[in-house]
Ligand binder design. Structure first.
Ligand SMILES: [Zn+2]
Length: 100
């Protein structure tokens, strides 16, 4: 059974809940961040209001800060390095940008 963590999860418009989600494996371009905090941005508000298309189960809070828990060699970051995950990522690293 995978390790689990708590996450803010979109259920339907006007309903975001705190729920358990599995911690994903780290792929060749991935890093796992131990979160210190995350922000709420305009996109999250639009998702909550149902103004931005989102699938049930989407994890909300895509602008976190924290430290690297685990990373692939190709990421260029190392364990315990403090990082911020910017909302705008180069397309090489993000196949599904959240900001249109
Ligand atoms: Zn954002």
């Amino acid at each position: 059974m995978p390790k689990m963590t708590k996450a803010a999860v979109f259920v339907e418009p006007n309903r975001i809940v705190l729920d358990d989600k599995p911690i994903s494996d780290v792929g060749p371009l991935d890093a796992l961040i131990r979160l210190a905090t995350t922000t709420i941005c305009g996109t999250d508000i639009h998702i909550l209001k149902g103004e931005y298309p989102a699938e049930r189960g989407l994890t909300i809070g895509h602008e976190p800060v924290g430290s690297i828990e685990k990373s692939a060699r190709r990421t260029g970051v190392f364990r315990w390095q403090r990082v911020i995950a910017g909302a705008i990522c180069p397309s090489e690293y993000s196949s599904a940008p959240l900001h249109a």
